[in-house]
Ligand binder design. Structure first.
Ligand code: PGA
Length: 250
């Protein structure tokens, strides 16, 4: 049995005070969700320390949305994996398409970030996914394969075991246009096969999340698919009731 994970990526939304309220709402609502579902929430850096306090002992894990590629030093504006880990945060989202698109993140940078994540006993949620033009050109499998080969294939098996994959087709993120459950399953099965070619049976345990306009009304169908182990939720993670409803969709 693979773990079931519902992760909320808050992106650059909420003030710290609003974030604490949102986290409290999720803590209150999760009593109504099957214990087998693992919740992760990823607020902005400024909220992490307070949100960790709210979620401590509840079973909800906290994730950062990014970390620096270097360990420490003269990197103005950056936040290191060590700083994040010291707060009691457990995960870091890496390679989100918004970071690849707007901040020029490449596989080279992401490999360095992976090193920092593991050096600090954090777990990565590594995001992959194709752009609309790539899907239309029939290149979506190649793109996703390359994103895995250039980064995930460099991990040691023990690191790979701690890695969560999030498949997020860029054309579905924040657009209201979700991949169909069959499109998601097709790609998730491909991702698992690709991971198996490198890591063998370990890939059977890899949690592969779907992300991109996942909502309470489409989560059930997506999660019913064999290789869809949960979701990375953006917009719908900003309302506790919606996020909880997604958790109830298994
Ligand atoms: P969305 O974002 O649910 O708002 O489409 C998902 C994500 O970017 O992780």
């Amino acid at each position: 049995m693979r773990k079931k994970i519902v992760a909320g990526n808050w992106k650059m939304n909420t003030t710290p005070v609003e974030g604490v309220e949102l986290a409290k709402g999720i803590v209150a609502g999760m009593r109504n969700v099957d214990k087998a579902v693992n919740f992760i929430i990823a607020p902005p850096f400024t909220h992490l320390s307070e949100v960790v306090k709210v979620t401590r002992g509840t079973g909800i894990a906290v994730s950062a949305q990014n970390c620096a590629a270097e360990a420490k030093g003269a990197y103005t504006g950056e936040v290191s994996a060590a700083m994040i880990a010291s707060l009691g945060v457990e995960y870091v989202i890496l390679g989100h398409s918004e970071r690849r698109q707007y901040y020029g993140e490449t596989s080279e940078t992401l490999n360095k970030k992976m090193v920092q994540v593991f050096a600090n006993n954090l777990q990565p949620i590594y995001c992959i996914g194709e752009m609309l033009e790539e899907r239309e050109a029939g290149k979506h499998f190649d793109v996703v394969k390359q994103q895995l080969e250039e980064v995930v294939f460099n991990l040691e098996p023990a690191q790979f075991e701690k890695t969560v994959i999030a498949y997020e087709p860029v054309w579905a993120i924040g657009t209201g246009k979700t991949a169909t459950a069959d499109q998601a399953q097709e790609m998730h099965a491909f991702i698992r096969e690709t991971l198996k070619s490198k890591f063998g049976e370990l890939a059977e345990q890899t949690v592969i999340l779907y992300g991109g306009s996942a909502k309470p009304d489409n989560a059930k169908e997506l999660f019913s698919k064999a290789d869809v182990d949960g979701g990375l939720i953006g917009g719908a993670a900003l309302k506790a009731a919606d996020f909880i409803a997604i958790g109830q969709s298994y």
